[in-house]
Design a protein. Structure first.
Length: 237
């Protein structure tokens, strides 16, 4: 059995919320999309991704077929943005990150583009499943930055992949077994840039997904909350 809770908030600085979230319990499909490009652009991209994903009919009897459907959906939205089908303004540049968790037969398939993240909380430890497609992550990988330097780097918001930016969409995937008692956290950077790993762990120790989601959002809003904040908490019972 899977339970979930979700929250999204525009924060205190942005005028609009460009994030979109999906919790589809019938197929255990969850997604957080963080739009970019300004209101009516980033909004539209993230909403389009979530809308297309929500219409998928997935079956656990063929995991690869379901994964292929999810990938094809992202590629389709990417093509619509690049071709100008989504926007009247051909000069408009817009895109969105996306992180997806699809759970079938105790296997969690995580697909992502950009820097929205999926974490797993297991045996009182927090693990990051995704790896950011960002300039700072590339600098970390090459040894140009330390972890401490990366946390306060002025270009921490520069991403290297997004839906709607390049003609060829590169989607990363990570699959792992999900066990009873595991908790998953999908979130936009508006959460993890404002809240420390220690605070996230403390929240995930709580019993109910609703309580966890409320705690995480509350902690993010106690800070500057300069970005939109989106959170989905999932627990395997």
């Amino acid at each position: 059995m899977i339970s979930s809770a979700q929250r999204t908030h525009r924060g205190y600085v942005r005028k609009h919320n460009e994030d979109s979230i999906l919790s589809h319990l019938e197929f255990n499909l969850f997604a957080v999309a963080d739009g970019m490009g300004g209101h009516a652009a980033g909004d539209l991209v993230s909403q389009s991704i979530v809308s297309e994903l929500s219409q998928l009919k997935l079956g656990s009897n063929n995991l690869q077929c379901s994964i292929d459907k999810i990938k094809a959906t992202l590629v389709s939205v990417n093509k619509k943005i690049i071709s100008g089908e989504l926007f009247d303004d051909e000069e408009l540049i817009a895109g969105s990150t996306i992180v997806i968790a699809y759970i079938a037969d105790n296997i969690c398939s995580c697909l992502w583009v950009g820097d929205s993240r999926l974490y797993i909380f297991r045996a009182n430890k927090l693990y990051q499943i995704t790896k950011d497609h960002s300039l700072v992550q590339e600098m970390l990988d090459s040894g140009q930055l330390s972890v401490e330097q990366a946390q306060s780097h002025p270009k921490s918001n520069v991403i290297t992949r997004a839906v709607g930016v390049d003609k060829e969409l590169k989607i990363d995937i990570n699959q792992f077994e999900i066990q009873t008692g595991d908790k998953l956290l999908l979130c936009s950077d508006g959460l993890y840039n404002e809240v420390s790993s220690e605070v996230i762990i403390s929240a995930l120790r709580q019993d109910k997904t609703d309580h966890i989601a409320n705690k995480l959002l509350g902690e993010a809003l106690l800070s500057e909350a300069s970005d939109n904040i989106s959170i989905i908490v999932i627990e395997k019972h």
